[in-house]
Design a protein around this ligand. Structure first.
Ligand code: GDP
Ligand code: MN
Length: 338
């Protein structure tokens, strides 16, 4: 685990700006933070944002976009804008991008929720959670406030950023033509996605030309695509290319999945849906592991090891690291490049 696996293509030295160096870097990407939150998430998202500002953004000054299906309160806006010098925008999600569509059979959806509650599936009985998963899967990148941006960094309430980030991850994405960046990967609960993989196979069979050469299918499947091993990137952290989601392959893929109704008849998460999209429609070398970003979302964390830990002045305990725990999928990601 402490060896440097081959995937850790080091970020080239000239990307680094020493801690304390002046702000206004000479080069910036067209990028923004994206936070989907409720008014009640105020203190949690302030906590995440404060750390981001202190560890990274006070030097880089990237803007923020906040999204909500209900209007943000004046109090919310006041507290958030006080945390940063960067531009902040607040968007209202159109109802048709958020709520359960009327072509969903409500009796079937209700029954599915009741079954999942009985089986103790996490969020199994929740309609809002399903709306959120569907929105993150297929609608966030279509929001008006995001149209002017190419790259985004998704941030959730109550996460931790353990380390200084002295380079611009968006420029790494841009220069290296990456489309998706992650810090934690793991297995999905089988009960949330009983028919997802059959739908994926159906899509691939009818759209073989949309699948990328040199893709990351081996991250998703241990038998050449026959079955899903349930590996996915944990989407509460994402640094990604919005144009990748907006492009034809993923858009068609999302529409196809949406028509199946699995966001409501099951409880398909945006994490497996994004991960399958990135793994199939991008080249495997376009998916980046952000090793230097120390990150925690309960109950798992990635803590940079060795030199990366001291360089980033990280405060996580290096022995508390999910990378090669049994429930992590990072070893399958490594294998793509070995
Ligand atoms: P978990 O990480 O899977 O346990 O789910 P979270 O409760 O953290 O929700 C994921 C993200 O969606 C977080 O950024 C939440 O703030 C946001 N979120 C969840 N439900 C809603 C909702 O009903 N409305 C809004 N606006 N945001 C939501
Ligand atoms: Mn969360």
């Amino acid at each position: 685990p402490n060896a440097e696996p081959p995937y850790r293509t080091p970020v080239p030295e000239d990307y680094y700006k020493p801690t304390g160096s002046p702000s206004s870097p000479d080069r910036k990407a067209n990028a923004t933070f994206v936070m989907l939150v409720r008014n009640s998430d105020l203190t949690g998202i302030m906590s995440s944002m404060r750390q981001l500002e202190d560890r990274f953004n006070r030097k880089f000054n990237y803007p923020y976009v906040f999204l909500n299906e209900q209007p943000f309160s004046d109090d919310f806006k006041k507290h958030i804008t006080a945390l940063t010098d960067a531009p902040v925008e607040f968007g209202l999600i159109p109802a048709e991008d958020w709520y359960q569509p009327d072509w969903i059979d409500e009796d079937r959806a209700t029954k599915a929720r009741e079954d999942m509650v009985r089986e103790n599936v996490i969020y199994g009985g929740s309609v809002p959670y399903r709306n959120m998963c569907r929105f993150n899967s297929g609608f966030f990148y279509k929001q008006e406030l995001l149209q002017k941006y190419k790259y985004y960094w998704r941030v959730e309430p109550d996460v931790k950023f353990f380390c200084d980030l002295d380079y611009d991850p968006f420029l790494v994405m841009q220069d290296e033509k990456k489309v998706y960046g992650f810090t934690v990967s793991l297995f999905e609960y089988p009960t949330t996605i009983p028919t997802l993989w059959n739908s994926v196979k159906e899509f691939i069979n009818s759209n073989p030309t949309l699948v990328s050469p040199d893709n990351a299918m081996a991250f998703l499947s241990d038998d050449g695509g026959e079955s899903y091993n349930r590996c996915h990137f944990w989407s509460n952290f994402e640094i990604g290319d919005l144009d990748f989601w907006r492009d034809v392959p993923y858009s068609k893929f999302f529409d196809f999945l949406d028509e199946k109704g699995g966001f409501y008849y099951e409880r398909w998460g945006d994490a497996p849906v994004h991960s399958i999209g990135a793994a199939l429609f991008a080249r495997k070398d376009q998916i980046h592991f952000f090793n230097d970003i120390g990150y925690r979302h309960e109950p798992f964390q990635h803590c940079p090891q060795g030199d990366a830990n001291s360089r980033g002045r990280c405060w996580c305990d290096p022995t508390q690291n999910f990378d090669y725990e049994w429930y992590s999928c990072l070893n399958k990601y490594d294998k793509l490049f070995s």
